[in-house]
Design a protein around this ligand. Sequence first.
Ligand SMILES: Nc1ncnc2c1ncn2[C@@H]1O[C@H](COP(=O)(O)OP(=O)(O)OP(=O)(O)O)[C@@H](O)[C@H]1O
Ligand SMILES: [Mg+2]
Length: 146
Amino acid sequence: MARTVDTSTEEETIALGASFASRLRPGDVVALFGTLGTGKTRFIKGICRGLGVAVHVTSPTFTIVNQYEGRTGIVYHFDFYRLKSRSELREIGFEEYLSSGGICLVEWAEQVEAFLPARRYNVRLAHGSTDGGRRIAIEEPSAVTA
Ligand SMILES: Nc1ncnc2c1ncn2[C@@H]1O[C@H](COP(=O)(O)OP(=O)(O)OP(=O)(O)O)[C@@H](O)[C@H]1O
Ligand SMILES: [Mg+2]
């Protein structure tokens, strides 16, 4: 079952990500879905805050993946907005990251959905009816069918 939360500021989205982070364990995968500017990076910024990542978190736009050190180990932050092909996915070794034991946070999961493990958290973000409004649905791994 999905839990849906409405946020009205970016700080609220960051705070939601930070509290969500408390349930993450090494090896977990979080797939973030949602169009441009819905707050995927802000939510991940919150997750990283919750995981004790000390560095500034921004989207890995030109590198596809950023790597951080969290309290429970390595955190990988992917952004597949500019993914060109499946071969690019193979080149970066996406599958190796997924099975590395690090926590994997995946922006633009739409782009790589077929390659994601069935056991994962899905976070779906959408614009709300007001300017700063966002609707964020979090699905537990048990609710996700591959
Ligand atoms: N409730 C909210 N939650 C998150 N961000 C918000 C909210 N209200 C306004 N914003 C603004 O929306 C933008 C969200 O940017 P962010 O980079 O997190 O989105 P994104 O989904 O990662 O975008 P992209 O598709 O470009 O990767 C920021 O400029 C932020 O200030
Ligand atoms: Mg982003």
